[in-house]
Design a protein around this ligand. Structure first.
Ligand SMILES: [Zn+2]
Length: 295
C-alpha cells in the first residue's frame, strides 16, 4: 500500500513538474519577459510586480514541499531559456542555488532575499519589512530587463508597499487584544518571525524545515501543552496531510484552523491567483479567531 502511495506521489509530482515547465520555444513571447521562479513566494512577488509584462513559470508544483524539492534535469533548460530566474535564498532553497549556478550567461539570476539580513530562520517573508526589501530587489531586476517600463514597475512596487503597510497595521491592531497568545502549530516552524513581531508564542511540531521531527514523543508533548494550557485551537499547515492535526484535535478537543506558509500553495489557490497579501490576510483572520482577539 505504502509502495503504491509513493509511486502515485512520484507520478503526480512528475506530472506537476512537467505542467509547470515553459513552452519549449522559450524566450520573449509578444514582447513579454519569460521569468522562471523557484516556488510560490518568488512567483507571487514577481507576478504582483511584473503584472502583464511577464510570463511567469513556477518550478515547484502546487502542494509540493520547497525545502528539499528535487527538480528534474529538464528544469535547467527552461531556466537557460528564460530572461530571469528568481529564487528566495540559498538557505531556503538549496536546490535553486544549484540551478542558479548552471543558469548560463543569458539568464539574469536574482536572489530575492539577497538584501535581507542573514538569519537562522529561512522563512524571511514572514516579516513585512523583509518583504519590502525582497520586492525592491525583484523590481530592480525587472527594470534592468524592461527599462522602458521603469515608471510602471516603480508604481507597482509603490502599490505593493502600500498594501504591506496596511497589512502591518491590521496585524498590529488585530492581534493587540486577544484572550490567548499561544499558537500551537501542527506543522513546521515557518511562523517564528510573525510570532516575534506581533507578540504571540509559537510551538511547532517540527523545525524550520520538514525534517522528520514528527516524532511520537514530540506529538505527545504538544498534546500535553494543549491540555495543560487549555488551548482551544490548533493551527495546521494547509498543504500538509490533516491526519496529525486530526489526531491531536481528537485527543484534546481543540478546533482546527489553517495557517498558510506561502512557500507551498494549493492547486486551487494557485489557479485562482491568490496572492501573498491574500494569504497573509487569511492568516490574520485565523489567528484572530483562534486566539479570540477583538476585531
Ligand atoms: Zn518552510
Amino acid at each position: 500500500m505504502k509502495k503504491i502511495g509513493i509511486i502515485v506521489l512520484f507520478v503526480l509530482l512528475a506530472a506537476g513538474t512537467v505542467c509547470f515547465l515553459p513552452k519549449p520555444a522559450g524566450q520573449k513571447t509578444g514582447g513579454k519577459l519569460t521569468v522562471v521562479t523557484s516556488g510560490y513566494v518568488a512567483y507571487t512577488l514577481t507576478r504582483q510586480l511584473a503584472g502583464e509584462f511577464a510570463d511567469i513559470i513556477m518550478l515547484l508544483p502546487p502542494n509540493a514541499e520547497p525545502h528539499s524539492f528535487e527538480p528534474t534535469p529538464g528544469v535547467l533548460v527552461a531556466v537557460r531559456q528564460a530572461d530571469l530566474f528568481i529564487y528566495i535564498s540559498d538557505t531556503f532553497e538549496p536546490w535553486a542555488k544549484d540551478i542558479a549556478a548552471g543558469a548560463g550567461k543569458n539568464t539574469q539570476v536574482v536572489k530575492a532575499a539577497g538584501a535581507v539580513p542573514a538569519s537562522a530562520d529561512p522563512h524571511v517573508w514572514m516579516d513585512f519589512d523583509n518583504v519590502r526589501l525582497m520586492a525592491k530587489t525583484v523590481e530592480e531586476a525587472l527594470v534592468v530587463q524592461l527599462p522602458e517600463q521603469a515608471q510602471t514597475l516603480a508604481q507597482n512596487l509603490a502599490e505593493f508597499n502600500e498594501q504591506l503597510t496596511a497589512l502591518d497595521d491590521s496585524y498590529k491592531k488585530g492581534l493587540s487584544s486577544c484572550q490567548g497568545r499561544e499558537v500551537v502549530h501542527i506543522g513546521h516552524l515557518a511562523f517564528g518571525r510573525l510570532a516575534q513581531k506581533y507578540g504571540f508564542t509559537l510551538t511547532a511540531l517540527a523545525g524550520t524545515s520538514h525534517d522528520g521531527e514528527h516524532s511520537v514523543r514530540r506529538l505527545a508533548g504538544v498534546v500535553d501543552l494543549i491540555k495543560h494550557h487549555h488551548i482551544q485551537t490548533i493551527f495546521t499547515e494547509e498543504t500538509l496531510s490533516p491526519r496529525l492535526a486530526q489526531t491531536v484535535a481528537a485527543e484534546t478537543g481543540a478546533q482546527i484552523l489553517p495557517l498558510y506558509t506561502v512557500e507551498s500553495i494549493s492547486k486551487q489557490d494557485f489557479d485562482n491567483h491568490i496572492t501573498y497579501i491574500d494569504l497573509m490576510k487569511r492568516n490574520l483572520d485565523n489567528l484572530q479567531r483562534g486566539l479570540k482577539c477583538q476585531a
